[in-house]
Design a protein around this ligand. Sequence first.
Ligand SMILES: [Zn+2]
Length: 425
Amino acid sequence: MAQWNRTMFYRRLLEQWSHGAWGSFEDAGAGSFSGYMLNRLGPQRTNTPLLAQLFASPKANFIIFQGDQLLVTATQPRALGYLGAREILECAPNPFTLSDPPINSPGLEWVFLGIDKVPQPNSTQATEMAPPDQTLPYDQYPSYWVVDISLKASAPDSPAHALAQKVEATVATNDTQLAPLQRAAFGLSIKEGAILAQAVTMVDWNRKNRFCPGCGRPTVSSDAGYKRNCVTEPAGSVDPTAHLRPPCVNRHGVHNSMYPRTDPAVIACVTSSDGNRVLLGRKKSFPKRWYTCVAGFIEPGESMEDAVRREVQEETGIRVGPVMYYASQPWQPFPNQLMLGCIAQAVIDDIAVEDDELEDVQWFTREQAVAAVNRAKASLATSPSSPSKVTAPTSPTNFSTPPPHSIAYQLIHFWATSQLNSPRL
Ligand SMILES: [Zn+2]
């Protein structure tokens, strides 16, 4: 019987998929940190002459991070606040013209994010690909960069110090501000939400990998910010212990510890064994009556399906059978995190909360889920600049979902508006 149920579950999911609903972000209203891709020009990350051109182009856009703050517009709708190449070059030299491979000024590490599509004359539509047919050279396209100006140790006459002062002056005179990432990340357009997801992750990874995980020596940025190298001590190093350290594994053979990482996590919309209810939980810190899907990191040695079954059992006591991938989302403002959204089906429906991660876990009906989804949608319509705020339910038995730009909402929305339940299941 269990096998038959599983077959039916997968068949029903695949039927929904064929109707075009699978994996699409409904009602998101704002950036969901995915759904837009710059052309990252990965093979060109060591093309120093090209990077020099892109860096100095009037079409270059530089995203600025300072600590946990980000340069954004001060007015609504919220948008990223960029510096242009002219402003950057008033403070710092073009690192790609200094030498090949390039050398960064102390305290400034540049990451090249990619080039964008080019809007066509007399049209709001951009070309589909960037560049579409090689008719334009790369440097004719808008490019995106990110730089972190957090390093406080910069000397007063250094480029890093000059750039920090430039940002300060920009904030004082323009309609821009340095805003905490957690606030700035929400409400951006789809395009800028996706660019920010890439930028945040790259800044965080470069910040946290200034020392080699293989040997502890300092690392230097390369490949336009997409790689860090373990460096050899300079001749005449004053470190008397340098010769005592073992040869570094990151300097030889195949390794991947010097490239940006992504940590996969699972988030699951679990249906009851008959498909008629959805399993949601809440933490103490959540707003009142706010419930969401079970989520957690994939542990070493687990498949995505293993992780869903373990997390759901640990947090709710529910044993899960079929698990199917739905859609994914790089979840900001947490860097490096990729949420893998799944639909799963319970084998038994008896909740048993044993740990203290969740304050409460409940089964909700489709009617309750539809009402919650509609309320989230209405909240977004009345307050588009605060997409993370969802109006609380008026009935004490109802619940609120996370906001529409979250994968949790998308999973609940999919289940609430699908026909997964059936007397035959
Ligand atoms: Zn090393």
